[in-house]
Design a protein around this ligand. Structure first.
Ligand code: R5P
Length: 267
């Protein structure tokens, strides 16, 4: 790809390979607004240059946490993202989207890839006694990881008070002397994970490891988390210093499913 900015700041992309008559898988992210725009322009560049099929591969699907109207007057951001990407792509692939409700907004086949295998393979080397989700919504993820690691799991009872404040209550589980793995889908401000990790430490956990699928790490989240945990490791859906878990194998298998125009009956 050739990528540059015009003098007025507008973005320019150009596909340098010959995509005519070929199936194009466009790997792009949406963790920043400019990355989202670049993805849309690249999808269009492939289409305009004759690609036979265009597949958007979006490892981190941003805006997915606003998948419904919570307060009167809001937009449904995840629907907007889905429909615009689908306008330029024939299929969409993403990794562990925040809520599968977003898939229903799509007019195109839309696959959500799970990456439990890579995550549990990474932690099987460490030794984990308990997997904990910081909220009920992530209980299934904790369960799947615990299954791979052959240990127990539970979820903390989290209530969101506002966009910056949450309250947490840990169920009556003995974590004393245990090596605990906290798992979430996204680390954004780090507030959720830091609070959950402190609670588990106060209850006597011997080690607290933190993992998440998507490491957004907004603002000063890194120092906030590092103060209370032994290790942070996220996947490489967003590249960063904590992207220690490679999910390329799962993504490659998902791409194979759509290759040559195939659409499996059941996704
Ligand atoms: C919430 O429902 C999500 O699963 C994450 O727990 C949340 O988005 C993490 O955000 P933060 O790092 O800002 O607490």
């Amino acid at each position: 790809m050739e990528r540059k900015r015009f003098p007025d700041g507008e973005m320019y992309v150009r596909v340098l390979s010959d995509v005519a008559g070929r199936e194009a898988f466009v790997l792009g992210n949406t963790n920043r607004d400019d990355a989202y725009l670049e993805l849309l322009l690249t999808l269009d560049a492939c289409r305009e240059n004759g690609a036979s099929r265009v597949i958007a591969v979006v490892p981190y699907f941003g805006y997915a946490r606003q998948h419904m109207v919570y307060k009167r007057g809001e937009a449904v951001s995840s629907k907007v993202m889905t429909l615009t990407i689908g306008e330029f792509a024939d299929r969409i692939i993403t990794v562990e989207i925040h809520d599968e409700m977003t898939l229903k907004y799509s007019k195109r086949p839309f696959m959500n890839v799970s990456v439990y295998e890579s995550m549990s393979a990474y932690y099987s080397r460490k030794g984990v006694d308990l997997v904990v989700s910081p909220d009920d919504g992530g209980l299934h993820r904790a369960e799947m990881l615990a299954k791979g690691l052959e240990c127990d799991f539970f979820a903390i009872n989290k209530k969101r008070i506002d966009s910056r404040t949450v309250s947490m209550e840990v169920p009556n589980v003995d974590v004393k002397g245990k090596r605990v793995l906290l798992v979430d889908d996204i680390i954004s401000t780090g507030g959720t994970i830091a609070k959950a990790a402190s609670l588990l430490r106060d209850m006597g956990a011997s080690s607290v490891y933190v993992t998440a699928v998507h490491g957004v790490f907004a603002n000063n989240s890194v120092s906030k988390i590092q103060e209370v945990v032994d290790e942070v490791a996220v996947t490489n859906t967003i590249e960063g210093i904590f992207s220690k878990i490679d999910i390329a194998p799962e993504l490659a298998s998902a791409m194979e499913v759509y290759m040559d125009g195939r659409i499996p009956e059941k996704l």
